[in-house]
Write a protein that binds this ligand. Structure first.
Ligand code: NAP
Length: 503
């Protein structure tokens, strides 16, 4: 990788790459799933002056960061993959974390993404100056780029619970996304705080190995059984032999999820009732103990929080060495967790499966757009964007998986790929018309978000009677409130009237 360190320049003269007929210099922040997709698709579209900046030493994003036992993806792998790198040899319908991480690394290697990535290089500052973006790294290297693509993911900043005495615990304590593999959990008394998707996978995986499993539940969660299967060699050989079957599976799962879970969350009442019924049935058939079942039963609609798919949790929490603690946590002491009924639950290991800061996106990188407009100030705890990719006052700055995009029980890889194609359309437009900048109009962004605010009130996330990480400081869930297929359709053909096209 050539040394691209530069001093800040008055770059007004060379800012117009499209007019000058040179390729744009593109920086991608983050080499996770979105960064990989962006790099590959840009290259295919003829944009090869691309540098990825990755804070860690490997690609993979969430699949690199999370290594907890039981880590898996509850979206079928035949869909949770890049459309340009379908894979025949998945071991299971729902792959485990290490297999997905290996896939990410292999795609990055095969398509030349690894070679374009500056590892161990966190971007600390981005500033729009004189028609270009000035990028500063943690080592104070300063470079200029024409285009910035933020591919930092959504849930990358662990949320630590504000519980008194957390730092006084004398045993081993770590966040689920910072799993300490040096700690041998076998025959230990392990406590898990949280009952989200992560906690359920951890509890399901390690309960048989530990001496005692205590799950501290603040809110019960609805969950559906995970219809896991291991693919046979013969089946995968057939997939290998007939690549069209891989394509067929990709689209089959996409349609299935779009017409079922996605439709249910955004207002289809019949599907909602079916999801609720399936969750109740799963609970009833999995937990024989009436009292335990009662304490595991949520008082809100299924899919109000992000729906969990897990078949291991109920058997695990029902086992003799496990206990569900529903009293509130009072504080944490050196030997364990004390609950409000006065009980001290003694532990050797405490796992904080307490989720992530959902409002981070590219933050804590400082991002300043035109006239020094600061992104963190602009968002103020309620991040909003235009079509999840663009921000007024931030020209030539694009986000993948930005705020107000479709997330939940769908493949974010598909969403990202459409967003990348959208950005490529913008670059093509700039190139064809000799534009120096494209930025979304404030009115377009406001109109889009007004329709989001209106639409969100019909979704299960708002009406379902729960609290979740989907809600932000505005008091509304920060999600795309319509069918994801509508989003994909809209992203296919950018409406340039929503943008200022600057010569
Ligand atoms: P999460 O869904 O935000 O769950 C955090 C859990 O911690 C909740 O049960 C929460 O309780 C609890 N908690 C937080 N602070 C607490 C406190 N101070 N005291 C007691 N309990 C506390 O986080 P996550 O499970 O890591 O999942 C985050 C997201 O990652 C998921 O929604 C999903 O989008 C994604 N994910 C996906 C997969 C997959 O298979 N595709 C797997 C794992 C994660 P409350 O419910 O009361 O807030």
């Amino acid at each position: 990788m050539p040394d691209q360190t530069e001093q800040p320049t008055d770059s007004a003269n060379n800012a117009d790459w499209a007019q000058a007929g040179r390729p744009p210099r593109i920086a991608i922040v983050g080499a996770g799933m979105s960064g990989i997709a962006a790099c590959v698709k840009l290259e295919k579209a003829g944009y090869s002056d691309v540098t990825l900046f990755e804070k860690a030493d490997r690609v993979g994003g969430t699949w690199r960061e999370n290594t907890y036992p039981g880590l898996s993806c509850d979206i079928p792998s035949r869909w949770y993959c890049f459309s340009f790198a379908l894979k025949a040899q998945w071991s299971h319908r729902y792959s485990y974390g290490p297999e997905i991480q290996a896939y990410m690394e292999s795609v990055a290697q095969t398509f030349g993404v690894t070679q374009k990535t500056r590892f161990n290089t966190a971007v600390t500052d981005l500033q729009y100056l004189n028609g270009q973006w000035q990028l500063t790294t943690e080592r104070n290297e300063v470079m200029t780029f024409d285009i910035i693509i933020s591919a930092t993911g959504i849930l990358h900043k662990p949320a630590y619970p504000a519980i008194d005495g957390l730092d006084t615990f004398a045993g081993h304590s770590f966040h689920s996304a910072r799993w300490d593999h040096s700690v041998d959990i076998r025959d230990k008394r392990v406590g898990v705080i949280g009952t989200g998707s992560t906690a359920c996978q951890i509890v399901g995986a390690i309960t048989p190995q530990v001496k005692k499993m205590l799950v501290f539940q603040r809110t019960p969660q609805w969950m559906m059984a995970l219809p896991q299967i291991e693919y046979s060699k013969r089946w995968n050989a057939m997939m290998e032999r007939f690549p069209s079957l891989q394509k067929l599976s990709y689209h089959y799962y996409m349609q299935l999820m779009a017409t079922t879970f996605a439709a249910g969350t955004v207002g289809n009442k019949t599907v909602q009732r079916l999801i609720h019924w399936a969750c109740r049935k799963h609970l009833r058939e999995s937990v024989a103990d009436d009292a335990l079942r009662e304490r595991l039963t949520p008082n809100y609609q299924a899919a109000c929080k992000r729906l969990i798919f897990c078949s291991d949790f109920y058997p695990a929490i029902s086992s003799d060495n496990a206990a569900l603690i529903t009293e509130r946590i009072e504080n944490i002491e050196s030997t364990g967790v004390r609950t409000t009924d006065g009980t001290l639950h003694e532990l050797d290991v405490l796992v904080l499966a307490t989720g992530f800061d959902p409002g981070a996106f590219i933050l804590p990188t400082r991002v300043r757009g035109e006239n020094g407009v600061d992104l963190e100030t602009r968002w103020a705890g309620a991040p909003r964007a235009h079509r999840a990719v663009a921000l007024p006052d931030f020209p030539n700055f694009w986000m993948l998986e930005g705020p107000t995009g479709p997330v939940g029980n769908i493949s974010l890889i598909t969403i990202t790929e459409y967003q990348v194609d959208y950005v490529i359309s913008m670059l093509n437009k700039m190139k064809a018309e000799g534009l120096s900048a494209i930025k979304v109009k404030s009115t377009a962004c406001e109109n889009y978000n007004a329709s989001m605010r209106q639409g969100i009130k019909n979704t299960i996330w708002f009406t379902g009677g729960c609290d979740s990480w989907y809600f932000d400081a505005s008091g509304l869930p920060n999600l795309y409130p319509f069918k994801p297929t509508r989003y994909l359709k809209d992203m296919r053909h950018p409406d340039y009237s929503e943008y200022e096209l600057i010569r």
